[in-house]
Design a protein. Structure first.
Lengths: 127, 443
């Protein structure tokens, strides 16, 4: 299972990618997470404008026989939900790319670097 | 089912095995002062013939629609039930089946529920129906919770005259959930005031609820109720009598977001108030928020059609405390009765049941209103039920008619109002109607 080196990770299996402007980031679920969930049929995330604390639930991802909450990796505000999620299988097919979930404006960009790096996440998942 | 005894020896063995000294050790959590300190006050033991005699004696004190001419309504109606229904639902494959935990094994049960859902969608003009709920009242309460959940708002505006028992169930649900408030519109001539409604709805309104026909049998202005809901972004919830839909517009055709109903008139007996059938239908957009079970059709790997429980991730065994509802069961047997009933009647049949009920109800209403001292309480159009003002108190009318083998109707003093609520189904004959009028005239 691929774990891209340029992302940061949470113990809840979200990834976050700080964008070039340094204050916005994309958030998704990891390849490990989508593989454990199985066929994803529905993703529901809170709308743009929602302010989130770190670890706060910002949506749910639903597979055929289970459902999982989505946790904000860091504090910030949702500025965009991925419109491509109407076809939820995109999260299975491309979890680190087209299957991103939300774009966030990060309260404190340095909080991102406190999350797990690829090596630590690899250890967590035993990959 | 055998009575499974456990003897003193069994109990000792069990207590020893779990390391408890006595039964009382197991209930130390129950405060001493609320424990029963004497033997249960039960009948002395009887032999089987004695039990039969006792129970038959008790049963014979019942007065039922089998021996009486019934004009009782108010939510439960004496429509004809074809014998084929009992014959089919009495098959042990149906009546012994609990909603199975490996549901897909029971393809027959799932198919029956799927057929029921499809019929409810057509009858109510909606996209999706669930596998049913406990009764019409819980279906409405669940619809309101769903609307609050979708809109994030708290006010439930009752547009007209809701059945008061339905309303009390709704109040119980809202009390228990700790939020939500009921706002009652003013009434005018037995139906909701359109001007009053416009003033009550606003940005806090989660849902506008209307019952069609309403508790008095009158027809509400459902278009106005739907428009009021639409203007403020609230959901429009309609509780419609299923038999009335043989004659009246389907809720889906006048903008209902959620349409519910009490399914008892579709092939279930009145049964002292239950088990009944909660019909619950929604538009496709809300399918992930609906309570209860949902049967879907699919295709297996060999290309055969099959039936499944679908969208289970809304339910509490998966979504736990965030489930859309704490109900994940249904009234499978009553739903089956409704499906068989509608299959037997067909489109023409349900139209005829509705049409005959309405025609006979209007015939009776005209005759009663012409009697000295009697009058219709409301002039609003009605379907198969109407309120009569009587020269004697309604309770006395009911008592006098009971002696003549007639259930005269529902005495509205039970809900603090005047009048007698009279319902007429297709079962009533011209002779029965004329006799009822004659007897009322003699009072």
């Amino acid at each position: 299972m691929s774990i891209p080196e340029d992302l940061r990770y949470t113990k809840d299996h979200e990834w976050i990618k700080l964008l070039e402007d340094g204050s916005t980031a994309l958030v998704g679920i990891t390849g490990f997470a989508q593989s454990e969930l199985g066929d994803i049929v529905f993703v529901e995330v809170k709308p743009a404008g929602t302010k989130l604390k770190a670890h706060e639930i910002f949506g749910t991802v639903e597979a055929v026989k289970t459902v999982a909450d989505l946790f904000a990796p860091v504090a910030g505000e949702i500025i965009e939900a991925n419109g491509a999620l109407d076809a939820a299988e995109i999260v299975n097919q491309d979890p680190y790319g087209e299957g991103w979930l939300v774009k966030m404006k990060i309260d404190d960009p340095s909080s991102v670097s406190e999350l797990l790096d690829a090596a630590a996440y690899r250890e967590l998942t035993g990959e | 089912m055998p009575f499974i005894v456990n003897t003193d020896r069994d109990r000792e063995e069990m207590l020893r095995s779990i390391g408890a000294a006595s039964f009382d050790d197991l209930i130390t959590d129950i405060p001493e002062e609320i424990r029963l300190k004497k033997a249960l006050d039960l009948f002395p033991a009887l032999s089987e013939p004695e039990v039969m005699k006792l129970l038959e004696g008790l049963a014979s004190a019942n007065r039922s629609t089998a021996g009486y001419v019934s004009f009782l309504g108010g939510g439960a109606y004496d429509h004809f039930i074809p014998s084929a229904i009992k014959s089919i639902v009495s098959r042990s494959e149906f009546y012994t089946a609990y909603t199975p935990y490996q549901a897909e094994v029971s393809q027959g049960t799932l198919q029956a529920i799927y057929e029921y859902q499809s019929m409810m969608c057509r009858l109510y003009g909606m996209d999706v129906a669930n596998a049913s709920m406990y009764d019409g009242a819980t279906a409405l309460a669940e619809a309101v919770l769903m609307a609050m959940n979708i809109t994030g708002r708290e006010h439930v505006v009752i547009a007209g005259r809701l059945n008061p028992f339905t309303e009390s169930v709704l109040k119980t649900y809202l009390e228990a959930s700790g939020h939500g408030a009921i706002v009652q519109n003013s009434l005018d001539n037995g139906t909701g005031s359109v001007d009053g409604l416009r003033m009550l709805v606003g940005e806090r309104t989660a849902a506008v609820v209307v019952q069609q026909p309403n508790f008095y049998g009158c027809l509400e202005n459902v278009e106005a109720a739907g428009a009021a809901a639409g203007e403020c972004g609230a959901l429009f919830i309609v509780s419609a009598d299923p038999v009335s839909l043989g004659m009246l517009e389907a809720p889906g055709n006048y903008g209902a977001d959620i349409a519910v109903g009490e399914g008892q008139p579709l092939g279930s007996r009145q049964n002292f108030g239950g088990p009944y059938l909660g019909i619950f239908t929604v538009r496709q957009a809300h399918v992930r928020k609906i309570p209860g079970r949902l049967v879907g059709m699919t295709r297996d790997r060999d290309g055969n059609d099959g039936f499944i429980l679908t969208l289970q991730t809304r339910e509490q065994h998966i979504r736990r405390e965030k489930a859309t509802s704490n109900i994940c069961t249904n009234q499978a047997l009553c739903a089956l009765q409704a499906a068989v009933y509608l299959s037997l009647l067909g489109k023409q049949g349900i139209r005829e049941v509705a049409g005959q009920s309405a025609v006979k109800a209007h015939y009776l209403a005209d005759r009663i209103a012409a009697l000295p001292g009697y009058a219709l309480k409301f002039t609003a159009p009605f379907f198969r039920e109407f309120v009569v003002e009587t020269p004697l108190p309604a309770s006395e009318v009911v008592g006098a008619m009971l002696d003549k083998g007639i259930f005269a109707g529902y005495d509205l003093s039970a809900v603090g109002e005047s009048g007698l609520l009279v319902a007429v189904t297709e079962k009533r004959t011209r002779a029965e109607l004329d006799q009822f009028v004659a007897l009322l005239g003699e009072l």
